[in-house]
Design a binder for this molecule. Sequence first.
Ligand SMILES: *[C@@H]1O[C@H](CO)[C@@H](O)[C@H](O)[C@H]1NC(C)=O
Ligand SMILES: *[C@@H]1O[C@H](CO)[C@@H](O)[C@H](O)[C@H]1NC(C)=O
Ligand SMILES: *[C@@H]1O[C@H](CO)[C@@H](O)[C@H](O)[C@H]1NC(C)=O
Ligand SMILES: *[C@@H]1O[C@H](CO)[C@@H](O)[C@H](O)[C@H]1NC(C)=O
Ligand SMILES: *[C@@H]1O[C@H](CO)[C@@H](O)[C@H](O)[C@H]1NC(C)=O
Ligand SMILES: *[C@@H]1O[C@H](CO)[C@@H](O)[C@H](O)[C@H]1NC(C)=O
Ligand SMILES: *[C@@H]1O[C@H](CO)[C@@H](O)[C@H](O)[C@H]1NC(C)=O
Length: 591
Amino acid sequence: MRGLACLLALAGLAATESPVQKPLYPPSKPNVIFILTDDQDAHLDSLDYMPFVQKHLLEKGTHYRSHYCTTSVCCPSRVTLWTGKLAHNTNVTDVNPPYGGYPKFISQGLNENYLPVWLQEAQYNTYYTGKLFNVHTVDNYNAPFPAGFTGHDFLLDPFTYDYLNSTFQRDRELPQSYEGAYSTDILAQKAYRLLDEAVGAQRPFFLTVAPMAPHCNVFMNGTGLDDNPVFSFSAPIPAKRHENLFEDVQVPRTPSFNPEQPSGANWIKGLKRQNETNVDYNDHFYRTRLRALQAVDELVDGIFARLYEHDILDNTYIVYSSDNGYHIGQHRLQPGKSCGYEEDINVPLIVRGPGIAENASTDIVTTHTDLAPTFLQLLDIPLRRDFDGDPIPLTQRQIEVAKTERQEHVTVEYWGFAAGEGIYDFDLSAYNNTYKALRIRGKGYNLYYSVWCNNEHELYDMATDPHQLHNLLSTDKQNTQTSHTILNLSISKVVPRLDSLLLVLKSCKGQVCVKPWNALHPHGGVSTLKGALDARYDHFYEVEQTTKVHFEECVRGYLLEAEGPQFDSINRKEDAASWFFRGGLPWYEWV
Ligand SMILES: *[C@@H]1O[C@H](CO)[C@@H](O)[C@H](O)[C@H]1NC(C)=O
Ligand SMILES: *[C@@H]1O[C@H](CO)[C@@H](O)[C@H](O)[C@H]1NC(C)=O
Ligand SMILES: *[C@@H]1O[C@H](CO)[C@@H](O)[C@H](O)[C@H]1NC(C)=O
Ligand SMILES: *[C@@H]1O[C@H](CO)[C@@H](O)[C@H](O)[C@H]1NC(C)=O
Ligand SMILES: *[C@@H]1O[C@H](CO)[C@@H](O)[C@H](O)[C@H]1NC(C)=O
Ligand SMILES: *[C@@H]1O[C@H](CO)[C@@H](O)[C@H](O)[C@H]1NC(C)=O
Ligand SMILES: *[C@@H]1O[C@H](CO)[C@@H](O)[C@H](O)[C@H]1NC(C)=O
C-alpha cells in the first residue's frame, strides 16, 4: 500500500489518523488533457489541414463550432480562460505591462486564484508545458513561480515565439535554451514526459499542452519588462520536414478577403486595398501557419498513442482549443488578431471523452469564460460564485437542453492597439483599437454589434451578411440600409435592445454576465433578444433606457474614467439586486 501511504502524506493527513478504507482518489475521477494552441483560426480552414486532429478529436469528439474567446489577444484571453472571468473583471487587458502580461496577472492577485490552484486544492495533480502568459520571462519566472503546478516546463520570453531558439523552464530548475531545435518538437517531448509522469503518479491529473504554433515568429530583443524592447515579426517557421507542404494553398478567397470596398469601422475602414505583392506575402504567411501546425498535429497523435498505451482513454477528457482566432487579409487587414470580427473571436473547441458524442458538432454558444467552470464541473469540483461563465454542456442530452435554454450572447471586449504581424503596413492608427462588442446567435438572428472608443458603431446581420461587409450603422450615408429588418423589425427597434444588453455585459460580474437580460428585466420573463423585442418593452428600451454605451476617450487600458457609463451605476441596480434575492434563484441553486 505504498501508493496509499503516499496519497495520505500528500493530502497532509497525520500518520496517526485512523486508516482510510477506500482509496481517496477513486479511479472514476477523470483526467483532462488540454491542448491549447496559439492564434489558431476557426475560419481560415486550419483544422482541415490537421489529419490527426480530425482522426482523434473531430471524428471521436464533439466540435463546438460557436465557441468564442472574449478578448482576442493572447494574455487577456488566457487569463480569462484560467480564471473564468472576463477581462474587465481580471483587469489583465493587454499583453504587456502596465495593463497586462505575467506581472499584471501577479499584481492582480490571480496567481492564488486560478484553475491550477483550485485543481490542486481538489487533490488533482496538475502539469503544464508551453506558453503560459506573455511577459513570463527568463528574468521573472521565479518571482514568483506560477502557482498550482505539480510539474511544469514553461516556454519563456524573450524566446517564446522563436521557433528555432526556445527556452523552457522546468519546475524549480534554471531556464534551459534549446537553440537550433524546433520548439514544437521539444515541447512534444516535454508533453510526453509529463504525461508519463502524471500516469505514473496514479492520481487524477490535469495536463495542459500549450504549443506556441501557429503564432508568427517573433524575435524579441529585450522583453516587455524592458523600456524599449524591439520586436520583429515574421511568418511562422515550420519544422524542416514540413517546409515544402501546401505549395499551392492560398488564404480562402471569401468575400471579405481584401475586398474592393473598404469595410469595418474606425481604423479598419481606412485601410487601403492590398496589392499583389502584399497578397502573395500573406498567402505565404498562411502556408507557413499550416506547415507550423503539422508539428502540432503530430504532437496530438503522439499524445493519443500514449493514451492508448497507458489504456486511460476511457477515463480521460481531451480538450483542444486556441487562445484567440486569426485573420489574414479579411477587411484588408494584415495578418493578426485583436479585432472583434468572426475570424478573430470564433475559435476551435473540440472535446473528446467518456459520454461525449463522437463525430458530432453543435452551434450552441460557448466562450472561454466557460472553460474553467466546465473543467471544475467535469471533475466534480464545486463551481465558484465569481465565475463570469457557465459550464459547457458536454453530453448530447445536455446539448439538446442547451439549444433552448443556454444563453445566446458573447461578451467581446478589447483595449489597446492592434498589431499587424506581417511585414507590410504597420498602421499607427490601429493604436486606438479599444472597443466593446456583442455577438449574439439566436433563433432567427445572428448579429454582431460593436461600439468603438471613438464611438463609432457597427451592426452586422450575419444571417444575410456572414462576412460582416455591410455595417448597418455606418455613418457613411450611402452605405446605410435603413430598410433592413431583423425578425421583421426595423433596426431602430433592435439597436436599443442590443445597446442595453451591451451596457450590462461590459460592466457585468458573475452570473449577471451569464443571464444579462435578468438585470434589465428583474421580474423575469425575458431571456433572449427575441423576448426583449416584444412590443410591450418598446417604451422601456426606446424611451426609458437613456444611458447608452459610449466612451469618454480612447485609452489603452481599463480605466473607468474612459469607459463611459457602467450598468451598475444606473438606477436599475436595486431592482437587479432584488431580483437576485427574490425573483430568480440564486446562482448556486442552478448548478
Ligand atoms: C538564440 O538567442 C540567443 C540570445 O539572444 C542569441 O545569442 C543566439 O544567437 C540565438 N540563436 C539563434 C539560432 O537565433
Ligand atoms: C539588441 O539590444 C542591444 C541593447 O539595446 C543592442 O546593442 C543590439 O544591437 C540589439 N540587437 C538587435 C539585433 O536588435
Ligand atoms: C505593395 O504594397 C506594399 C505595402 O503597402 C508596398 O510596400 C509595396 O511597395 C507595394 N508594391 C507595389 C509593387 O506597389
Ligand atoms: C462523421 O460524420 C460525417 C457526417 O456528418 C460522415 O460523413 C463521416 O463518415 C463520419 N465519420 C466517421 C468516422 O464516422
Ligand atoms: C486615439 O484616440 C485619442 C483619444 O480619443 C486621440 O487623441 C488620438 O488622436 C487617437 N490616435 C489615433 C492614432 O487615431
Ligand atoms: C413581416 O411583416 C410583414 C408586413 O408587416 C408581414 O406581411 C409578414 O407576414 C411578416 N413576416 C413575418 C415572418 O412575421
Ligand atoms: C486596471 O489596471 C490599471 C493599471 O494598473 C489601473 O490603472 C486601472 O485603474 C485598473 N482598472 C480598474 C477598473 O480597476
